[in-house]
Design a protein around this ligand. Structure first.
Ligand code: RRO
Length: 311
């Protein structure tokens, strides 16, 4: 099988391939980040969403594996943004995306101000969609609040920055979020975060499977693939051409990576399947993607990106 050209571009950065880790997956500590740096066919590293101050996150159990995916209620455990800002400024084997989250708009502005003042020239991603912090709604479900925070950000922030979005389920909501995002110079959207506030029931025990928020948590893995693909496709149809898309959600095979790209994704990130299978998943997905491209006669991702046919 001939090697394919899998390079892809996001903002000012060229990546050797389309695959990323989903934020939150094996990217919280120095040791985990070092593992990612040594993972073949992982083209870039996304750091755990970082907050102004370190957080321990929610009580255990906070991640539960399911035959059809996963549910998590991690609660934003992270070492605080200075750790990740320092990490991304070190000499790197592969490009990084620095993910940040805020418990308030003021927090977001404080963290982004420090990133703006730092030497980091790489890509930042503002997570507007964490579903698991008790009492904190997902910002990107509030279109007015999203516009307000982006207005404040772009008063001073001049470096490459994208946003992580929650899944939307109504075509009007795609119109509304795209109308907001198209008014700002964002580099990319990363879609989707986990499907928020699902509830998994253990019938034998007659109880929930994660501790915080009475068991409500974010759904990921195979069960959310159609939702993820819908969000990639609907946003690609609505966003300005210069806003790239990272497709996240439901990838278990190379065909799923292909489907994300066919819907318009420039890059594809993998979460739940990394937990199930380990970091070797990136080699397998790449082999499967290349085999499929060979079968279909494609040489590069641009040959089929966004080319999904309607009936
Ligand atoms: O830490 C989490 O609970 C978490 C975050 Br910040 C997120 O963005 N998405 C998710 O599924 N879990």
């Amino acid at each position: 099988m001939t090697k394919k050209n899998l390079t892809t571009q996001l903002a000012n950065v060229t990546f050797d391939g389309p695959l990323l880790n989903a934020s939150g997956i094996h990217c919280q500590t120095s040791a985990e980040l070092a593992d990612l740096a040594n993972t073949s066919n992982l083209a870039g590293i996304v750091t755990k969403s970082a907050t102004l101050f370190p957080r321990k996150g929610n009580e255990n159990p906070r991640y539960h594996d399911l035959p059809y995916g996963s549910i998590n209620s991690m609660g934003l455990p992270n070492l605080g943004y200075p750790f990740y800002l320092d990490y991304v400024q070190q000499e790197k084997a592969k490009p990084t995306i620095l993910s940040v989250a805020g418990l308030s708009a003021d927090d977001v502005i404080e963290v982004l101000s420090d990133i703006q003042d730092s030497k980091y020239q790489g890509i930042t991603e503002l997570n507007l969609s964490c579903p698991n912090v008790p009492g904190k709604p997902q910002t990107a479900y509030d279109f007015v609040a999203t516009r307000k925070v982006l207005e404040r950000v772009f008063e001073f922030f001049t470096k490459p920055i994208g946003v992580k979005l929650p899944p939307y389920f109504d075509l009007v909501h795609f119109d509304q979020i795209a109308a907001v995002l198209n008014d700002f110079p964002i580099t990319h959207v990363n879609t989707v975060n986990s499907v928020g506030n699902g509830l998994v029931v253990d019938v034998a025990k007659e109880q929930v499977v994660t501790k915080a928020k009475g068991g409500f948590g974010g759904l990921g893995g195979a069960m959310i693939l159609p939702t993820a693909l819908a969000n990639v496709r609907a946003l690609r149809q609505r966003l300005n051409d210069n806003i790239a898309i990272i497709g996240t959600g439901g990838v278990t095979t190379g065909a799923d990576v292909f489907a994300h790209i066919l819907c318009g994704a420039d890059m594809v990130s993998v979460g739940t399947q990394v937990i199930k299978e380990g970091l070797g998943v990136y080699d397998r997905l790449t082999q499967e993607l290349e085999a499929l491209m060979t079968e279909k006669g494609y040489e590069r991702l641009a040959d089929f990106r966004g080319q999904l046919r309607e009936l």
